[in-house]
Structure formats: C-alpha cells, structure tokens
Write a protein that binds this ligand. Sequence first.
Ligand SMILES: C[S@@+](CC[C@H](N)C(=O)[O-])C[C@H]1O[C@@H](n2cnc3c(N)ncnc32)[C@H](O)[C@@H]1O
Length: 209
Amino acid sequence: MRQHVNPLSKNFNEVERIPSLTEMFDDPYLNLHLDIGSAAGDFLFELALVNNSWNYLGIEIREKLVETSKAKVREREIKNLYFAFGNAINILKDVKNNFIIKNVKSISFNFPDPWFKKRHYKRRVIQTEFINILSNSLQKGCLIFIKTDVKDLLDYMDNTILSNFNFKTIDNKDINYSRSFNPNKVQTNREKYAIVNQLDIFEKIYIKI
Ligand SMILES: C[S@@+](CC[C@H](N)C(=O)[O-])C[C@H]1O[C@@H](n2cnc3c(N)ncnc32)[C@H](O)[C@@H]1O
C-alpha cells in the first residue's frame, strides 16, 4: 500500500511555473486534455499515442512519479504530452496558470484518492472552491470525466460538481466525439486493478454550460 500524500501540507503551497502552451507542446493549437492525479502517467502516454491530434497535461502530487514521466517523455520524444508536479488545486488556482483552465477542452479525475475519514474530506481533490474556479474559467462545452471504485466518493464528487449550476451531467452517447474525444477508451492502472479484482466502477461525465 502506498502512503497517501497530504495535499494540504505546506510543502505544496509554492507551485512550479507551468510553461506556456508553446513551450510545452509542439503544436500549441491542438485541443488540450488535462488529467488530474496522473500518477506514473501511463494513461496519458497511451492516450498521446492513440489520439495524437490532442495535447495532454498531467498533474501529479508525487514528485518522483512526475520526474520519471518527464524523463520518459524526453526519451521517447513525445511532443503532445507534459507533466507537472504539485497539488493540482494550488497549481490551477494560481492566476499565472489560468491559461490552462481557459484552454482545456476536457479534464479527467480518474480514481482520485478517497480519503475515507470525514475529517480528511478536505484533502479530496474535488472541492467546492476548486469547482467554482473551474466554473469561472472553463469554456462552455468543456467536459469533466470522473471515475472511482468508491460509491461514497462518487456521490460526494457528484454533489460537489452539480452544486455549481454551470455544470450538468451528460450521457456518453450525447457527446459529439467528432468535436471531442473519449478518454474513457483507455483504461487507467487503477481501473485495470478494479477490473481484475471485480470492483464496481462508477463513472460520470459533466459538461460546462
Ligand atoms: C488512486 S491514484 C489514481 C491514479 C490514476 N489516475 C489511475 O487511475 O490509475 C490517485 C492519484 O492522484 C494523486 N493526487 C492526489 N491528490 C492530488 C492533488 N491534489 N493534486 C495532484 N495529484 C493528486 C495521487 O498522488 C495519486 O497518484
């Protein structure tokens, strides 16, 4: 079992500068997908291959994983993939990084840490304040994909997102994948584990209206 990182630790108060889109990607004009809690990045490495007409940004709070992912990107000379280290909330609420939220077309929260104890809910990555920040800057039509194997966490994330009236649930079948794309085609590592261990997987998609 890995030790969870406490995102509220003051170690994460200072956020790294995220390079501009031009510095991060070969073609900064491609649509941008953001994966929050990207772990070792396997999900994004696969997406960057299967759908190379998008750019991908992963944010992960475990520094070693980000360093390894970055080294792999350099080694493989992948031009549509970038990883950033830190607490995603702190990074995205920093005004210097507002260009990220303004430019993303979709965001995935795959199997976020559940933080089961009620007194630890504040460590969960989906928080009202964070959803409000997203709501203020995301473009209309931007999609948010969430997935978890913890039903209580699903309900918590669902209530938090839908308490903001700028988001509504959308059915997979109602998404125009010629304009967007479906990141759920690729399984994450936690998802593979959940499937092998026959755990339930709960997923929802939201659209910014
Ligand atoms: C259970 S793992 C899931 C990893 C991967 N998304 C998957 O589905 O296999 C959750 C990941 O989110 C990261 N994480 C948790 N809180 C975070 C935060 N506030 N900002 C960025 N990453 C975070 C954790 O370090 C961990 O790698």
